[in-house]
Structures are given as structure tokens and as C-alpha cells.
Design a binder for this molecule. Structure first.
Ligand code: HEC
Length: 169
């Protein structure tokens, strides 16, 4: 390659780079004029979204705090919704059966009189709370069903299927 060819190449290369720098600056200027943070409405929206992103999707309840409201069919009906409360059998088939059939993680089986009789003395309230918040090997079920539905599922899974009777507590 001759010295002349070298200098032509260097000149062309410098022109291309200069052109690219020019295009970059132009794009930055256009982007700034379109999406600058000057707009207060845009700023407000961004802040709102950031706050929503920081909200916890679930809450850890410290003792003493009131229980968070779980969406119930009544609330939903008040709000004009059409949510139906599922029956105990439906909830069991949809949610609980994954473990309570086949003794997964040693979960007592549906209608397992022996397995349940050791637990039901805790009474309705404790059993319901344990299912909502989780207990031992059972993760919290509160996200999968409302408290009302969980009660119905307990009733179906234990009382209806085994003949045992859970005492009030
Ligand atoms: C991921 C598996 C899993 C799912 C899903 C599950 N359970 Fe359980 N459940 C368990 C296990 C395991 C235990 C035994 C926990 C222990 O004693 O360590 C248990 C225990 C229980 C108990 C007894 C709690 C106590 O205080 O002794 C009840 C009642 C119960 N489950 C009801 C339900 C209902 C109702 C559902 C559905 C809404 C459900 N479970 C869904 C695994 C599960």
C-alpha cells in the first residue's frame, strides 16, 4: 500500500466517523426534545409507576397487625364484580389436592380419618389460620383461596370425607 492510499483511507475513515458522531448528536437532540423530563405529567406518571413497583405484592404480618382483607365474594359483589365463592370440593380439587392426595410432604390425605383425628382438636380457628398462613411443611394457602373458601375446603376434606367433627375454638 502506498503512502497516498494510506492517507486516502485515513481521510475517508475520518469522514465516516465524523458522520456517525453527527448522527449520534442529532439523535440525542431529537430524543431529548421528545422525552425530556420537563413534562410534569410525565414525571408524575413515572413517580406513580415507581411507587407501584415498590409495593410489596404480599405482606408479612407482624404479630398485632390486623389481618389484611382477603378479597371475598361479598366485597367483589359490592364492587359490582361477579366472583363466585367456590365450594369446598372445588377448592380442594383446585388447590389442596396437589399435596393432600398421595401424602405429599406427609400431608394427611383427603378423608384420612387416622391422619386427621390427631390434628382436629386444634379447632376450626387454628386450623383455618394454619392453612391461610402456612404450617410446618404446608406453605401458606391464603393467596390461592379466600379464608371463606379455605374453611369450606377444610370442611369438605376432613368432615365430609372422614366423618370427623372439628370442634369450634
Ligand atoms: C404444597 C402442599 C400443600 C397444599 C397445596 C395444601 N396443603 Fe394442607 N398440608 C400440607 C402438609 C405437608 C401438611 C402437614 C403440615 C405439618 O404438619 O408439617 C398440611 C396440613 C394441613 C392441615 C392441618 C394443619 C394443622 O394445624 O395441623 C390442614 C387443615 C390443611 N393442611 C388443609 C389444607 C387445605 C384446606 C388446603 C387447600 C386450600 C391445603 N391444605 C393445601 C401440604 C399442603
Amino acid at each position: 500500500m502506498s503512502a497516498e492510499q494510506d492517507s486516502v483511507f485515513v481521510r475517508n475513515f475520518a469522514l465516516v466517523i465524523a458522520g456517525l458522531v453527527g448522527v449520534t448528536i442529532l439523535l440525542i437532540v431529537i430524543a431529548n426534545s421528545m422525552f425530556g423530563d420537563e413534562d410534569p405529567a410525565r414525571q408524575e406518571l413515572a413517580e406513580e409507576r415507581a411507587a407501584a413497583n415498590l409495593e410489596r405484592p404480599f405482606a408479612v404480618r407482624l404479630s398485632g397487625e390486623p389481618a389484611p382483607a382477603i378479597a371475598s365474594a361479598e366485597d367483589s359483589a359490592d364492587a359490582g364484580g361477579v366472583t363466585e365463592v367456590r365450594s369446598g370440593e372445588q377448592v380442594t380439587q383446585a388447590v389442596c389436592i396437589a399435596c393432600h392426595q398421595g401424602n405429599f410432604l406427609n400431608a394427611p390425605g383427603i378423608g384420612d380419618t387416622e391422619g386427621w383425628s390427631a390434628r382436629i382438636d386444634k379447632g376450626w380457628e387454628t386450623l383455618t389460620i394454619n392453612v391461610v398462613n402456612g404450617y410446618g411443611n404446608m406453605p401458606a394457602q391464603g393467596g390461592a383461596a379466600s379464608e371463606e373458601e379455605i374453611r369450606a375446603a377444610i370442611e369438605w376434606m376432613i368432615e365430609d370425607q372422614s366423618g370427623l367433627e372439628i370442634p369450634e375454638s
